[in-house]
Design a protein around this ligand. Structure first.
Ligand code: ARG
Length: 458
């Protein structure tokens, strides 16, 4: 094993088991690009401020660029025995440049370095997830546009409640996703402050230019307190919490898709390319993707919990516990991306069984509220209208019929306000079309929702 960079104080080599235990390179290697760009900015600043010679700063920048290219091209493999990605890059730089390489870490600690790298890495990931979530939202808008008039039952307590359209139902999820994007944007803003210069915990005595580094690396500002700069992981927790909420939305949607695919509902059918069979039951076509999304939601919640518990008892400033942040937040990011990536084409290819939705809407008295409202519009107090309609529903259940099919004389036996036009008032399409207040399921109201959402995510 090569000598550790910190070997000076020690009289023995690190136990191999401890080395493995301590090492984070197996999971932080994925931040190599951010680590190197951060170091390039730091080295330039060291040269510009005269903390190191400009010629040495230039050599370091060249050396780091070479390392970046070599890792990118596969020419340089990241050593699995390295302590972490930061040590690895510095070690290769020193091997390549000799004493000049050793000057890179002037006025810097791995504590502020890792705080920088992870912010830069997560920034990029947030942008990617926002783009994917936008695409998912756009997919929903497209399917909704095709189903503005697809009547289906809306549910409360999973009991058929009132008529809506499939478009309206889908746009509910689109609204959730827009909020998810908003949360990701907010997280990005709070995350985008530059911690380098915090040093190990108490900043540095060198006349560094933090603002220069911040500007070079595209940050909005610099962190205001060195202790906080190195020991803040709020942004990981905030991101994981935004991801957990996003997964909660995908999971609720997935649960509905699982139901809608069942023989009991048959509202939709998934494309063969996005469903799976059973090893024993030849007739089966299972919505595995959605079940996995539902399952993986628990995993992302677990990651959030890992981060919260990891941080809750830590004294200031950096503690090694914090190395555990990466596996949790990376796992959450990977999981979310995998889920959205699979979910989009699955939705885009699913078949909507409009007749089955319409047939389900026709059963279950979901126009009962409209029947009561009909009487209210003719002057009855709502509570009386409600009671009369309830009695009518009970009558229909007893006779095995529906409000649409019940003869007018039966209506009039209970209340002589009823006239022939009640049948128009309780027709499902009319029930939907007259709910045209903003936010309602009427086709024109959903049309505005779609336009608004598209404008918002643009
Ligand atoms: N691998 C470490 C981490 O991810 C880097 C910082 C280590 N700092 C230290 N003083 N040991 O947290």
């Amino acid at each position: 094993m090569a000598d550790k960079m910190w070997a000076g104080r020690f009289s023995k080599e690190l136990d191999e088991r401890v080395n493995d235990f301590n090492s984070s390179v197996s999971f932080d290697a994925r931040m190599y690009k951010q680590d190197i760009s951060g170091s390039i900015a730091h080295a330039k600043m060291l040269g510009d401020t005269g903390i190191i010679d400009r010629s040495e700063s230039e050599k370091i920048v060249e050396g780091l660029t070479g390392i970046l290219n070599d890792i990118d091209s596969g020419k340089l493999l990241i050593d699995p025995n390295a302590e972490d990605i930061h040590m690895f890059v510095e070690q290769v730089l020193t091997e390549r440049l000799g004493d000049t390489g050793k000057r890179l870490h002037t006025a810097r600690s791995r504590n502020d370095q890792v705080a920088l790298d992870i912010r830069m890495y997560l920034r990029d990931e947030i942008m990617e997830i926002i783009t994917m979530t936008r695409e998912l939202t756009e997919t929903l808008c497209t399917i909704a546009e095709d189903n503005l008039n697809t009547v289906m039952p809306g549910y409360t307590h999973l009991q058929r409640a009132q008529p809506i359209t499939f478009a309206h139902h889908l746009m509910a999820y689109a609204n959730m996703l827009v909020r998810d994007i908003g949360r990701l944007v907010d997280t990005y803003k709070r995350m985008n402050v530059m911690p380098l210069g915090s040093g190990a915990l108490a900043s540095t005595t060198y006349p560094i230019d933090r603002r220069q580094v911040s500007a070079m690396l595209g940050f909005d500002d610099i962190t205001q307190n060195s202790l906080d700069g190195v020991s803040d992981r709020d942004f990981c927790i905030e991101l994981c919490s935004a991801l957990s909420i996003l997964m909660m939305h995908l999971s609720r949607f997935s649960e509905e898709i699982v139901m809608w695919c069942s023989w009991e509902f048959k509202f939709i059918e998934l494309d063969d390319a996005y469903s799976t069979g059973s090893s024993i039951m030849p007739q089966k076509k299972n919505p595995d993707i959605t079940e996995l999304i539902r399952g993986k939601t628990g995993r992302v919640y677990g990651d959030l919990n890992t981060l919260l518990v990891m941080m809750k008892g830590l004294p200031l400033a950096y503690n090694k516990d914090m190395q555990e942040d990466k596996e949790a937040i990376f796992d959450a990011l990977d999981t979310v991306k995998l889920c959205i990536k699979t979910f989009i084409p699955m939705l885009a290819t699913m078949k909507v069984n409009r007749e089955n939705m319409r047939a389900a809407a026709a059963r279950g008295f979901i126009n009962a509220t409209d029947c009561a409202d009909y009487l209210v519009k003719k002057g009855l107090p709502f509570r009386d209208a409600y009671k009369i309609t309830g009695t009518l529903v009970a009558m229909c259940i007893e006779r095995g019929t529906t409000l649409e099919e019940l003869p007018l004389e039966d209506y009039r036996k209970l209340c002589d306000t009823f006239a022939e036009d009640v049948y128009e008032a309780i027709k499902l399409e009319n029930c939907v079309n007259s709910r045209k207040v903003p936010g309602g399921p009427a086709p024109e109201a959903v049309r505005s929702q779609i336009d608004f959402i598209r404008h918002t995510i643009d």
